[in-house]
Design a protein around this ligand. Structure first.
Ligand code: BG6
Length: 492
């Protein structure tokens, strides 16, 4: 995607959990791509720290391997890798003990004035101990930032505790809570679409919008993350953060500017306006499912229970729900959300279904008049489709057809879109927190999610089973069909 590169000042990035999956799979490739685009340069330093004993050269070799898939084997890029890995260092640090801290301090303190960012690519249990040690070793300078990955807690109370611990050491504006969905190009395009065009905003309310659908479907299963996932489930893993953030961007009032707090204030109002789902309405507004064995991408795949090596589990791998936003703009417009693992294909899509026309001037033979629909495809094949009724060409009467104005971002803009982490990491260095979650947002999201869990627990019903490779339990179809609507985009 053609873009203007704004370089950033040299910085120090310390990655805790530097030998972990997230670091190798997402962070180093993202940093390398920004390096290739010359967005940063020497004397930037990337210091990976972890408990594993390793020499810097050995670690650089591991990073080089991790970057192989980014380079597509090109010689020129191999040279670039060689330059990039010289920026990367490794220190053996124990987050729970004293090992390695003196060396980290010595390394960082030779330049106290530049931006330093601490990325905690670790389990949530290590957040407290690391933050305390950063403070004890006086590493939290004015230009320091901390980057925290989700999950931030497993409910409102635990999230509050984590936020308290971080808040004792870092000021709120130094804390960057990552929701990688906010770094996706098309998600940012939601804001461009709404606020850089005069067309949609006047129609963006319950007077004109019948309902909204958000689908985040994955074809993969739990991929070796069973231990984490089984304690989490789809509601905590996906809805509390990614889907609610998407909902906020669609539903929020226009912020006065793109300033971080202006945007986050508006998102917070949406979260606070969500109508509670609790034991009084949970059965009619939510569906939870768990996949059994089936076929995905043409291959037989095992059940969730088999994947996590358990005989029994009450964890949902699919959730569908009907949310309502109790404010003037949205009263009467439901938001249907669904997400699941082992769906027929990977697709993340938002559909805005406008209300039908109030009166048809066309004859019956013209055929039914479908609603105008705006579909924003987040991934894959990012793009926007505006579904309209148009006349089918030809003589002999008026026949109308529902057809899309179809814009594919890959065709409209050249090159690959940057990965979410590329944008987000550079935003941290620049000190731009617009695409990160503020403390009160995280806690407001939990405040809406917690009663759903409590209600499920009270019900004591196991998740409904669905076949891997399907669109979830049939109750999810019933959830929307009861309202005379259907999930858009399902081919099954
Ligand atoms: C993560 C979840 O936050 O998002 C994973 O923990 C999920 O379970 C992933 O697979 C989906 O992200 P993406 O970018 O592949 O849609």
């Amino acid at each position: 995607m053609s873009s203007r590169i704004v370089t950033v000042e040299p910085f120090d990035l310390v990655v805790f959990g530097g030998t972990g999956d997230l670091a190798y799979r997402k962070l180093f490739p993202a940093l390398f791509r920004r390096f290739l685009d010359k967005q940063f340069h020497k004397p930037t330093r990337i210091i990976a720290v972890a408990r594993q004993e390793m020499q810097t050269d050995e670690f650089r070799g591991a990073v080089e391997k991790a970057l192989a898939h980014v380079c597509h084997g090109s010689m020129q890029q191999s040279d670039e890798v060689a330059c990039f890995i010289k920026l990367v260092d490794y220190i053996n640090v124990d987050a729970l003990g004293e090992l390695g801290w003196a060396e980290l301090v010595a390394r960082l303190n030779d330049n106290k004035n530049r931006v330093r960012a601490f990325y905690l690519a670790t389990g949530p249990d290590l957040v407290g101990p690391i933050v305390k040690r950063l403070a004890a070793h006086d590493l939290v300078t004015e230009e320091a930032r901390i980057i925290i990955e989700k999950p931030i807690g497993h409910d409102g109370i635990s999230a509050g505790r984590i936020n308290d611990v971080i808040g004792q050491v870092f000021a709120e504006q130094q804390i960057y809570r990552i929701d990688h969905y906010l770094g996706k190009e098309t998600v940012q395009n939601l804001m461009a679409l709404r606020f850089a065009n005069a067309l949609f905003e006047p129609l963006w309310n319950s007077g004109h919008i019948d309902h909204v659908q958000i689908t985040v479907a994955e074809s993969i299963g739990v991929e070796g993350r069973g231990a984490y996932y089984d304690k989490s489930g789809a509601l905590r893993d996906m809805v509390q953060n990614h889907l609610l953030q998407l909902l906020c961007l669609i539903a929020m009032e226009p912020p006065v500017s793109l300033d971080a707090n202006a945007v986050r204030d508006e998102k917070l109002k949406v979260l606070k306006a969500l109508t509670p789902i609790d034991s009084t309405n949970v059965t009619s507004l939510t569906v939870r499912g768990q996949y059994r064995a089936g076929v995905s991408d043409g291959a037989a795949v095992p059940s969730y229970l088999y994947e996590i090596g358990q005989e029994q589990s009450n964890t949902e791998t699919f959730v569908a729900l009907k949310a309502a936003i109790a404010n003037w703009r949205w009263a009467g417009t439901p938001f249907y959300l669904r997400t699941g693992k082992r769906m027929p294909r990977r697709v993340s899509e938002i559909t805005i279904a406008f209300r039908r026309i109030p009166h048809s001037i066309f004859l019956r033979e013209t055929g039914p008049i479908a609603e105008t629909r705006l579909t924003i495809r987040l991934q894959p094949d990012e793009g926007i489709k505006l579904w309209l009724m148009l006349k089918e060409p030809g003589p002999g009467g008026m026949r109308l057809k529902h057809v899309p104005l179809d814009m594919s971002f890959a065709e409209a803009f050249s090159g690959d879109p940057p990965e979410a982490y590329e944008r987000l990491l550079m935003d941290v260095i620049r000190g731009n927190a617009t695409l990160f979650m503020r403390r009160d947002e995280v806690e407001a999201a939990w405040n809406w999610i917690d009663p759903i869990f409590d209600a499920w627990n009270e019900l004591r019903e196991p998740p409904r089973s669905y076949i891997a490779g399907s669109w979830g339990p049939s109750a999810s179809i019933a959830l929307i069909e009861r309202d005379g609507r259907n999930w858009i985009g399902d081919d099954g």
